[in-house]
Design a protein around this ligand. Structure first.
Ligand code: UDX
Length: 456
């Protein structure tokens, strides 16, 4: 099948690469010529495991092309995929200006029947708008619009697309349905065929539900902390019920990223405009933000209410999740300013997101390694669950720290192990390890060892 994909962001690029990998002929269009040139050379503008190998091999096989010329790219295509961004407006609603511009351009260049399918996350009703925008510009030319939302996760986007568990096809004609079924045939996936509005809604409902699971388990964790229960075990028990499922029950500092925060807000806006005020989703957002505040309170508590002024805090992990350099709505962007407002000096490290983070966190000192970041620090906070952190040598960590205070926002370590090693250890919804009879006092000099003060 010949496919034209408009937009080489996360969704467009990953879809283009994967469609060509399964044998379709794909031309990806982007207005940014620099990006197009980079892609032609096999270099990916996004960090995504496995993407560059596929970029190179499918271009070599002649199944994947990049251009900035939409008219040329769509001429031969049977299917046009819209995958441009839908950033959030000030009020949280989705901004459709890029979609509108692309639809009008497609209308202008339409010279034969094509199916125009939207993969971007768009509010319910956008498919109909796209239809009328194209109609305004294409004269009497026949076409169909369709909706096929994308569910891929950053960091495992190639795997998720190649192994998609479902494809939702929102269609208005058998012709469009047949073409989209054909597109998905090589993926051997479960296909749900429905109308445009239902397909568009399914994306918001899915993401809002996953966000709800996270905030729900975070609230359970907060109660567990008060009652000496262990949230990880509670989540394990809950997850064994197939009606609940174990995924997205990882308690922590809440969700971030380019999808959940934006989509939950857009969902709330969509409800308001449709005359229904959602009640659960706004609560999910509130819980999500408060998890960040709670982590800062945990480090404050570790110093026994002495405040964070002059304390040196090592922050390990900046990206909103591992295996990405994406800092969009990353918890670190809330947590670090809170620490700094409280007077702490922050030294941060992330395996790959530091360059990206620097523009959001201009006053932070960045380190070349976790060791350098924690050296002489009064406490370390774990923000992202990178494997590098899970695997780090805890004895070495203790040696480097000025005081053995670990605040773990991702439940990376076992409380009992931390206790045996002599750490003060506070995580999310689990046993807190305190050091009896000792309190810690910070230092403002980076690199100098802290004095332990025995309480009399
Ligand atoms: C998400 C959806 O999973 C995907 O289907 C959709 O298309 C886009 O949004 P993504 O944003 O890439 O994907 O990341 P995901 O792996 O879903 O994690 C989102 C956030 O939730 C991260 O900040 C992660 O740390 C957090 N999370 C996830 C938890 O806090 N606990 C969990 O148990 C799972």
């Amino acid at each position: 099948m010949k496919i034209c994909i408009v937009g080489t962001g996360y969704v467009g690029l990953v879809s283009g690469v994967c469609y060509s990998e399964v044998g379709h002929y794909v031309t990806c269009v982007d207005k940014d010529m620099k990006k197009v040139d980079q892609l032609k050379q096999g270099r990916s503008p996004i960090y995504e495991p496995g993407i560059e190998e596929l970029l190179v091999s499918n271009q070599q096989k002649g199944r994947l092309h990049f251009t900035d010329d939409l008219a040329e790219a769509m001429r031969e295509a049977e299917l046009i995929v819209i995958a441009v961004g839908t950033p959030a407006n000030k009020d949280g609603s989705a901004n459709l200006s890029f979609i509108e511009a692309v639809a009008k351009e497609i209308g202008t260049h339409l010279t034969s029947y094509k199916v125009i399918v939207t993969k971007s996350t768009v509010p319910v009703g956008t498919g109909q708008k796209i239809k009328s925008w194209i109609q305004d510009y294409c004269g009497k030319m026949a076409f169909d619009v369709a909706s096929n939302p994308e569910f891929l996760r950053e960091g495992s986007a190639i795997y998720d697309t190649m192994n998609m568990e479902r494809a939702v096809l929102g269609v208005e004609s058998k012709r469009a349905e047949d073409l989209l079924v054909e597109l998905h045939r090589p993926f051997d996936t479960k296909i749900v065929i429905t109308d445009l509005a239902t397909s568009e809604m399914s994306k918001y409902a899915s993401n809002a539900f996953l966000a709800t699971k996270i905030s729900f388990i975070n609230e359970v964790a907060n109660v567990c902390e008060q009652l000496d229960a262990d949230v990880t075990k509670v989540a394990e028990v809950m997850g064994l019920d197939p009606r609940i499922g174990s995924a997205f029950l990882g308690a922590g500092i809440g969700y971030g990223g380019s999808c959940f925060p934006k989509d939950t807000q857009a969902f709330i806006q969509m409800g308001e405009r449709a005359g229904y005020s959602l009640k659960i989703v706004p609560a999910v957002e509130k819980v999500n933000f408060e998890q960040r505040e709670r982590l800062v309170q945990k480090v404050e508590r570790a110093f026994g209410g002495a405040g964070l002024k002059g304390k040196q805090i090592a922050v390990l992990g900046l990206a909103f999740k591992p295996n990405t350099d994406d800092m969009r709505a990353a918890p670190a962007r809330d947590i670090i300013p809170m620490l700094m407002t409280a007077g702490a000096n922050v030294v941060a490290y992330d395996p790959i997101a530091m360059k990206e983070a620097a523009s959001y966190l201009p006053h932070v000192t960045f380190s070349e390694s976790w060791r350098e970041a924690v050296c002489g620090a009064d406490a370390v906070m774990f923000i992202t669950d990178w494997k590098e952190f899970k695997d780090l040598n805890l004895k070495e960590l203790k040696q480097e720290l000025a005081s053995p205070i670990v605040i773990d926002g991702r439940n990376l370590f076992e409380p009992q192990v931390m206790k045996d090693l002599g750490f003060y250890y506070d995580s999310i919804g689990r046993m807190k390890i305190e050091l009896e009879g000792e309190s810690y006092e910070g230092t403002s000099n980076r690199g100098s060892r802290l004095h332990r003060q025995k309480l009399s």
